[in-house]
Design a protein around this ligand. Sequence first.
Ligand SMILES: OC[C@H]1O[C@H](O[C@H]2O[C@H](CO)[C@@H](O)[C@H](O)[C@H]2O)[C@H](O)[C@@H](O)[C@@H]1O
Length: 534
Amino acid sequence: MCRPDPFLSGPILAAVQAASIFPDCKTFVDLSLLVPPAECWRRWEELSQPPSEEQLRRFVASVFSAEPGEGQLEPWWPEDHQPAPALLSRLPAGAVREWASAVNGLWPLLGRRLSAEAARRPDRHTLLELSHGVIVPGGRFREAYYWDSYWVVLGLLAVDMDATARGLVSNLLECVARHGFVPNGLRKYYLNRSQPPLLTQMALPALDAEYGWWMRTGDGRSAVRLEADGALLNRYVVAASAPRPAEPPESWREDEATAAGLPPAAQARAWSELAACAESGWDFSSRFLGGELGGEGGGEGCGKAEEEPLRSLRTAAVLPVELNAILLRNELTLQRLHARLALLLARQAGEAMDEWMWSGETGRWHDVEWEGRGQLQQVSAASFTPLWACQHSAEREAAAVQSLRRSGLVQEGGVATTLWDWPNAWPPLQQMLVEGLAGCEADGAAELAEDLALRWLRSNHRGWARDGVMREKYDATRPGESGGGGEYTPQVGFGWTNGVALWLLERYGDSFARSLTAPASSEKCTAIGDGGSQ
Ligand SMILES: OC[C@H]1O[C@H](O[C@H]2O[C@H](CO)[C@@H](O)[C@H](O)[C@H]2O)[C@H](O)[C@@H](O)[C@@H]1O
């Protein structure tokens, strides 16, 4: 008989949830099966039906793990995490830098990867397959979430954790390959829905970041500015002074043998060249050996080719055609992609949004009930997100800035999400509004962007200083206090909050530091607009 996955449907799920065995329904579906699913069903069928609550509790305790997430995702310390990333030295010393350092220190606490056991037994839990480590939001959110990942990626990039950011995005791309879309979160029970489609926004920064890595100039870096005419071309080069990694022993013996007997400096150069040639993918092509280019004896290599050919490697001295061709094609692809999206946006989404959603009367964009009432009147933080999406006419931008100021949403601790779930304020929306306003040319837009950034940072910082936690959401009217309401207890951790804080600190760290010490102006610390003091 074919029985359902006990976590996803059927009588076990219904009985456990209906009896409130766990206060939070998510707890049960995040447990692990201690026995194969068939054995779980066999034991279930032995119970009298319906089982008493006592029987049900004993059944759950004997067949499922004691804790949610047990044996599924294990702690993962991202290799590119640095305790003192460059961002810290760009921030003013003192409270702001210390806080940024603490927030940066939270990434490893939220790092997880699929355990070998969970990968071997996918039928015993609800996690989706994962190739790369993830940053989870925290608390009951023990898995990666789709749109949360966007703000996590922004925060990771702010502290140079590009490799971790790429891993997060790769997991989402793999979801598209496997399931055709990115689910709400990376569990089987989220496979019936997605979340706001921010994958494009995540993949492009990662691609841009990779492009940036190749275009770095200077010692040991790929891009070379040629003195003759200032042209910029690329090479393969690796700053290494040891054989290719000894742990694991990938090519340790070979590299030791190649450099045996050379003086220390020449050894280091030989190992760096071996690694650079391996980076080229053409290991070990005669193109990178001494000879034709360097003259007899190996040019910039470390020894004579006839003694040991690999000692004459001088990969870093060569600007290889195919590397430059690949980068050129990447540049053109990125440019074409950007251009195509820009065109589509201008032709379709932008025009359609303006036609259907924009109201000159209110100076904002409205949700639309497309089969009935047309524009809905509720104002929310979403009403101003088109400023983040693209450029608009100067008049519209100016109207939207004024409309946001009048909306009553701008409170002492940031922009409230809606007037309905008042007074909650969510980190993602603060970031979208700040970035959107900062890109506007309208009078006062940049100032409002900064004002909102500082309100949010002050609230996050106040909460951190008092409670030592970063929260999933905040109370817009009481800086530092948790938001509330909803289906579950507000959580701490917290992936997107940390990401947004680091992103804002990178841009507004100096003025935030000044605002902490300067007496606040009246507008900067009170609500503005209809719901506030103006
Ligand atoms: O279990 C209730 C809901 O929990 C999630 O939603 C909330 O947390 C997510 C993770 O931070 C966040 O992405 C989402 O915006 C929040 O509303 C889950 O994503 C929901 O599907 C679920 O109903």
